[in-house]
Design a protein around this ligand. Sequence first.
Ligand SMILES: [Zn+2]
Length: 245
Amino acid sequence: MKQKCLHSLVIAMLMCNTAFSGVYIVCDDDGGNPAVTKEHAIAVFTEANRYLRQVAATLDITADSIQYTNRTAWKVVNTTTNNFPLRIRNMGRVPKGDSHLRIFFVDSINNSNRIGFNCDYFMVIAKNATGVVLAHEFCHAGGLRDIYAQRDGVSIADAGVVKEEYMPKDWSGYYPSGLLHTNLITRLLMYGYLHPDMGDIPGGRVYGVYRPRVNGRLLPPVKDMVPVGLQDLNRQPKHLDFILF
Ligand SMILES: [Zn+2]
């Protein structure tokens, strides 16, 4: 006799994954005035790894893997004039073709309140960024995208309370009754603005506003299911080799 199972629980075991990184602290030309101390960099990694534990990923760092790079011009990254090293011969001891992320600690980005970004070749973390920012940028390197409740006039403010169709991979029903979907979005690690609640990495895509990227170009924002979860995350991302002169 067969009994029909009304409820089933699927538990997926994730293999732990370590992503390797070369970490560079930018100093003045004379080697003085490092943007952060080694202890600070390690503390930021340690905090980031507490968020990444949700997806069994670890971002490695050891005191020995941290290098200093002396270039005053890089201490304040200017993304408009591109003063950063897209074209350099050899960034320290990260061998060409090695599977590493390149993470630079700097003073600030565009002299603005922006505190982190990731591009194909490297990641930049400002000195006042915490581990949640590094974890967020790590997930960008792994393919995830920023999610918003509203951006450039496109809004899901009318989405109402959380529901299964907005997050089908994560639906359990165990949410406070009345939790608005727009408030759930601010809890996600991939929320596009720094928010005190952010940190959750869901299992799959979540409905929201995002900017699709086609051939490296960002398109205007749309409402869609946004890749912000484990389903779309490469837990061992690496940056492309720098372009050589
Ligand atoms: Zn982001």
